[in-house]
Design a protein. Structure first.
Length: 84
């Protein structure tokens, strides 16, 4: 099962395969949190490169909400007839 498909589930023991050779966007802080937080008792992480794993797991991949987009704000002003 992938970490993404396990969201919302809980297992007593979790085994995580953290391959640092995959695309950097796949092994990041969200992957780490979702993977390890599924365990109610024990989580074991397996990796191919421990030295590369820590920096990858500390990578934040927060997305900007469309509601916070500066372009959307300007479009809303234009639609309302508000001058800049």
């Amino acid at each position: 099962m992938t970490s993404h498909s396990s969201q919302g589930l809980t297992a007593e023991r979790v085994l995580v395969n953290a391959d640092t050779g995959v695309h950097p966007d796949l092994v990041n802080s969200r992957f780490g949190y979702v993977s390890v937080s599924r365990a109610s008792h024990d989580a074991t992480v397996f990796t191919d490169n421990f030295a590369k794993l820590a920096p990858q797991l500390s990578a934040d991949i927060s997305k900007t909400s469309a509601l916070r987009s500066p372009q959307r704000h300007l479009l809303a002003k234009d639609c309302l007839g508000i001058s800049r």
